[in-house]
Design a protein. Structure first.
Length: 412
């Protein structure tokens, strides 16, 4: 007997019993985002490796440890670990900067990262996200945050926390980096190996470390003094204050988290996360922010931008299970051709209908119908002669004979 081939570690089949929840997430995304003027974009699943090295940042864990990269015809290609860089590439390549601003885009689809599978996180996972190009004003930040909240509400999630922070601009952020390095230097040997590397490449990312020892070090008074200082410049402070004013006006509840930095190098000024307490320590369901330099870094014109992404597996894990819906009608008959004709006639009118293709005994067909359908439509010899159908309500067991012409109205 041949050995069974299984799905690869960190990947999962989405079975028919689960597909309805996925379809609901996708339908709500189309509905909510379209209502806010966002249009769907679909980008390739693999891109040039350079796109992610330049876009996401070659000092990030994603680029250094988590990408699925392969060589083909002497070219380095990578399965997308996130989609902002791909959408920015498409924006530049297709001349979308010539469109009237703002350019509002949304996407859904699979992403790939080589990391330890855990609750709500797989090696092949799915994201839904939005990107807005061309608006530097804080109203854009507030709109995308509100859009995320509205989407989560539309799928039935309510018990969520919004956290926001400002990373400042490259100028004011550099001074903060220098001060952070100074106070962390005595603790360098006590930081985890990843944070020891981050100390040299991007010390801000130490603030996002989930290792307990690193989190404890960050609580030391001299380090907290730097972290909680208001280091951003006047222009960045004004921008962030205005974002908060807009959120207040929109009745979006939030709190500021000065440790919030996000894991990607392209963010500046506003960053935010939406979290849930139902996923343990890995509790973020949405993350995003402003990335005003990314379009230019990838070869486009200087273009302000802001966006976010959500992991769809995490959203699914927070939603209640959906019970499989019964089909509307099941045709019970030993006259297979006639059963097929009635089935197709009902389907053409939008009524979900099945019939028995194997010509089992009536009792077996009725038994199957009672498990999967709301109504049984019985076609025996007498019914065919009289152009009628025995109509059985499988919930109440009531049965009556009606004309074929009445079937549609009864089922509707």
């Amino acid at each position: 007997m041949n050995k069974m081939i299984k799905a690869q570690k960190g990947t999962k089949d989405i079975l028919p019993v689960d597909a309805e929840q996925w379809q609901n997430l996708e339908f709500k995304a189309l509905e909510v985002f379209s209502n806010a003027g966002f249009q769907e974009i679909r980008t390739p699943i693999f891109e040039a490796t350079e796109l992610f090295a330049r876009g996401v940042g070659d000092t990030t864990d994603i680029v250094n440890k988590e990408m699925y990269t392969f060589e083909k015809s002497e070219r380095s290609l990578t399965l997308r670990p996130e989609n902002t860089a791909g959408v920015v590439r498409a924006y530049i390549e297709n001349g979308m900067h010539r469109l009237s601003t703002p350019v509002k885009l949304w996407y859904k689809g699979p992403m790939f990262r080589y990391e330890r599978p855990q609750a709500g996180r797989q090696r092949q996972f799915h994201q839904v996200g939005v990107e807005m190009f061309g608006i530097k004003e804080p109203a854009a930040d507030a709109e995308v945050i509100l859009l995320a909240v509205n989407y989560l509400k539309s799928i039935g999630l309510k018990d969520l926390d919004v956290e926001i922070n400002s990373l400042g601009c490259p100028v004011c952020r550099e001074a903060f980096r220098d001060n952070l390095r100074k106070v962390l230097k005595p603790e360098l040997k006590n930081l985890c190996p990843d944070c020891q590397k981050r100390y040299e490449t991007n010390p801000l990312r130490i603030l996002d470390c989930k290792v307990k020892e690193c989190k404890n070090i960050l609580q030391k008074p001299e380090i907290q003094k730097i972290i909680t200082s208001d280091y951003i410049c006047e222009e960045c402070r004004e921008h962030f204050n205005d974002v908060q004013k807009y959120l207040d006006a929109l009745n979006v509840k939030y709190k500021r988290n000065k440790l919030l930095v996000r894991g990607l190098d392209y963010y500046n000024r506003t960053v935010f996360e939406i979290t849930s307490n139902n996923l343990g320590s890995q509790n973020a369901v949405c993350g995003g922010g402003r990335y005003d330099s990314l379009v230019k870094n990838l070869g486009g014109e200087d273009t302000p931008a802001v966006g976010w992404a959500m992991g769809m597996e995490r959203l699914i894990s927070l939603l209640p299970e959906v019970k499989s819906k019964k089909i509307k009608a099941y045709v019970v008959s030993n006259f297979t051709i006639e059963a097929l004709k009635l089935t197709e006639e009902l389907r053409s009118h939008g009524i979900i209908t099945e019939f028995d293709m194997t010509n089992k005994k009536f009792t077996k067909q009725l038994e199957k119908a009672s498990k999967v359908a709301d109504f049984a439509l019985i076609l025996g010899e007498d019914e065919l002669k009289n152009d009628s159908v025995s109509f059985k309500d499988l919930a109440g067991s009531k049965q009556e004979t009606i004309s074929r012409n009445e079937v549609f109205s009864r089922l509707n």
